[in-house]
Design a protein around this ligand. Structure first.
Ligand code: PAF
Length: 303
């Protein structure tokens, strides 16, 4: 296991960024970049992580990237629609740091790699909620999968895996990150919009038989599209994986539901958008995904 301290900059201290940054700060030098009320609270009282993990973490926090920042790893944890803006703010680090994305949705790694040279892409099924300034809640145990996106070697992946493992996050390294990103997209597309529209935590999607059937049908639609895009996925494995993620994050209100609750823009375009668009390209019928896309968009507009 890697023992030397690494410098980590987390750009986007929302629920996921704060959680990862907080855990990593136990053993490493972490700087969280976030909104001013959250940053103020962390500076004054530390970052409280409650729920399945309970700790007060002491990462550094700031509202902008300091000009002397020299991180080994930059975690991009903003919402998918903010990735391009994040990269403008991080341009100076583009040639020196390794950029890591574990964000929801497709397209983030592509956007990051337009600016950054070395990129690791990945996925995580950890469930986290933003409670308020200075506090996040760990609502669902999950893991992470990472792989090479551009110009990183096995050594870099292993280093990242070990750094996350020390923080208590189980990480698998894959040689086919594109299929893994589609797999996570299928899980997100099956869970997030349905739970968001129903206004329920993830666990109800498996406990309520009617909803479970709908979730299953969405999953089948999404897998058909992913396969047409060249992802190596197995429908039975993905149905199983989706149900397991919903169970493990049973108490968690999914990120899309949290966004609707807070009247914020959702990641529907990065999560269900690629399915609807690719389905049209391959002439695959996806009525459920189309309906979810339209309804979430309408809820956003109403909010
Ligand atoms: O977006 C989310 O909320 C998460 O990716 C997941 C895994 C669905 C858990 O809530």
């Amino acid at each position: 296991m890697h023992r030397s301290r690494v410098k980590v900059l987390v750009f986007g201290a929302g629920a996921m960024g704060s959680f990862f940054g907080g855990l990593l700060s136990k053993h490493h030098d972490v700087l969280l970049i976030g909104r001013s009320d959250h940053v103020k609270a962390i500076r004054a009282h530390g970052l409280r992580i409650s729920g399945k993990t309970s700790m007060i973490a002491r990462p550094e926090a700031a509202t902008a990237v300091p000009s002397n920042a020299r991180p080994d790893f930059v975690f991009i944890t903003v919402k998918a629609y903010d990735t391009a803006d994040a990269m403008s703010a991080l341009e100076k680090l583009a040639d020196r740091s390794i950029f890591v994305t574990l964000q929801n949705g497709l397209g983030n790694a592509e956007t990051i790699a337009k600016t950054a040279h070395r990129v690791i892409a990945g996925t995580t099924t950890v469930g986290v909620m933003f409670v308020g300034p200075g506090e996040v809640r760990h609502g669902g145990i999950g893991d992470a999968v990472v792989g090479v996106w551009s110009h990183v070697g096995e050594k870099d992946l292993v280093r990242l895996r070990d750094v996350l493992a020390e923080a208590g996050i189980v990480v698998t390294v894959t040689s086919d990150i594109r299929s893994e990103l589609w797999a996570k997209l299928v899980v997100n597309a099956s869970i997030n919009p349905l739970a968001a529209i129903a206004g329920i935590p993830n666990g109800r999607l498996v406990r309520d038989k009617r909803l479970a059937e709908v979730m299953d049908a969405i999953c089948r639609e999404a897998v058909a599209v992913a396969k047409a895009e060249g992802a190596k996925l197995d429908v039975e494995e993905l149905r199983h994986r989706t149900a397991i993620v919903a169970k493990r994050t049973a108490a968690n209100r999914g990120s899309m539901l949290q966004d609707l609750d807070r009247h914020r823009r959702t990641e529907i375009d990065a999560i269900v958008g690629p399915i609807v668009r690719s389905a049209a390209k391959h002439r695959i019928p996806v009525p459920l995904s189309q309906a979810l896309y339209a309804v979430v968009r309408a809820r956003e507009a109403a909010g």
